[in-house]
Design a binder for this molecule. Structure first.
Ligand SMILES: Nc1ncnc2c1ncn2[C@@H]1O[C@H](COP(=O)(O)OP(=O)(O)O)[C@@H](O)[C@H]1O
Ligand SMILES: [Mg+2]
Length: 379
């Protein structure tokens, strides 16, 4: 994360009070910039069963052939509309779901087929933060029990005992050690997500997959939680995969961004490149939907692309390029041949037969829509 959003409200306290040397210990194995996670040909098809005999009648192709790497210390943002397979992908890389095909390598080791025993060390290294801080915390458990659970599950006894470590984690995420005996319903949404973050960080993971970590929160609170995650990343040497349906959330915190559409990555690029000159029409359409906070820049955006219709069913995705049914640039080739994800510019991979901004004319302003053909918004 290099350019965090700064909210106007309270600054997130407590991070500096932790002992960074001690806490960062486990994350030092992979040098910054080295590949931590490598995903190849990853697929997850959920079978659909019908009738009394529960015969297999097709499958939901939630993730359908995805390749990417995550380097140590970076933040990869993953965006796309609802139903594009982002959560399934997050659950696959944290091994909460079994892949249908493909491989997942962590620190160079193939972890795709590891059993429960083989996964044990990995359960410490890879953690997940969930979208909904209301349903992801057991209402009958105290904060102390919730954040202390990973230690008990893994049989880890922290120095000074679990209670002391949990209280330290509470202050690391900007809560008070006195919150130890409180229940989730005594906290606000933002505070609950801080509890979720503390639980995810308890075992000092290397990789944290956050599935829409702020989507359920008030917009005014979102920046605070994102800033906290950003501070923690620097402090603890974490690597993040942050999933969001909204480009505005990942914009400020991602080093690279993967855009998903119907189970595939359609564009994967360095953040600056993606915002300055998106190449996939779908990326461009998603960006047009992002509100621009500065009204002076709004008038520059008279040409906006509007995404019509819904994401087609992942049970029978469109032939060729899956986006062709909604794309204003689609031609015959788009309906028959699936474009491969190719590096069209250094640091920018795109899967499109007719990419936008193919000639780099370096548009002046980052939120401005590109220079290629644009369909004016129908109003
Ligand atoms: N356990 C499941 N069984 C069947 N279909 C599923 C399951 N989980 C997700 N899906 C389907 O897979 C597709 C992708 O879902 P998901 O990964 O949740 O997308 P996103 O997080 O991008 O909204 C959706 O069509 C969803 O209905
Ligand atoms: Mg999701």
């Amino acid at each position: 994360m290099s350019n965090p959003v700064r909210g106007d409200g309270e600054r997130d306290g407590g991070v500096g009070s932790s002992d960074p040397g001690r806490t960062a210990g486990r994350a030092e194995d992979a040098a910054p910039g080295e590949v931590l996670l490598k995903v190849t040909g990853l697929r997850k098809h959920f079978p659909i069963r019908k009738g009394l005999l529960q015969r297999r009648a097709g499958a939901v192709r939630a993730v359908d052939g995805v390749d990417f790497e995550v380097r140590s210390g970076e933040t990869l943002g993953v965006v796309g509309e609802s139903g594009c397979g982002k959560s399934t992908m997050g659950r696959l890389i944290t091994r909460l779901l079994e892949p249908t095909a493909g491989t997942i390598e962590f620190e160079g080791e193939d972890i795709t087929r590891l059993g429960v025993r083989g996964m044990r060390p990995l359960r410490r290294d890879v953690q997940m933060i969930f979208q909904d801080p209301y349903s992801s915390l057991n209402p009958r458990h105290t904060t102390g029990t919730i954040i202390g659970a990973p230690f008990r599950l893994q049989g880890v006894e922290p120095e000074g005992g679990i209670k002391k470590e949990v209280q330290r984690l509470l202050s690391v995420v900007g809560l008070s050690p006195e919150h130890y005996n409180r229940y989730p319903n005594e906290f606000s949404g933002g505070q609950r997500q801080r509890i979720g973050i503390a639980r995810a960080l308890a075992l000092r993971p290397k990789l944290v997959v956050a599935d829409e970590p702020v989507s359920a929160l008030d917009v005014s609170i979102q920046a605070q939680v994102v800033n906290l995650m950003d501070d923690l990343q620097r402090e603890l040497g974490l690597t993040y995969v942050i999933i969001a349906h909204d480009l505005s959330v990942v914009r400020h915190v991602s080093d690279r961004i993967a855009v998903m559409y119907l189970g595939r990555i359609v564009e994967l690029a360095d953040r600056e490149l993606l915002y300055r000159a998106p190449m996939h029409p779908y990326t461009k359409a998603l960006m047009s939907a992002v509100p621009i906070p500065d009204p002076r820049r709004r008038k520059d955006r008279s040409e906006r692309v509007r995404l019509e219709g819904d994401v087609p069913s992942p049970i029978a995705p469109p032939s060729g390029c899956r986006f062709h049914t909604r794309c204003w640039k689609a031609t015959t080739v788009c309906t028959t041949a699936e474009p491969p994800l190719e590096e069209l510019r250094p640091g920018q991979q795109v899967a499109c037969h007719h990419p936008e901004n193919a000639v780099d004319r370096a548009p002046r302003d980052s939120g401005v829509a590109g220079t290629a053909q644009v369909v004016p918004t129908r109003r």
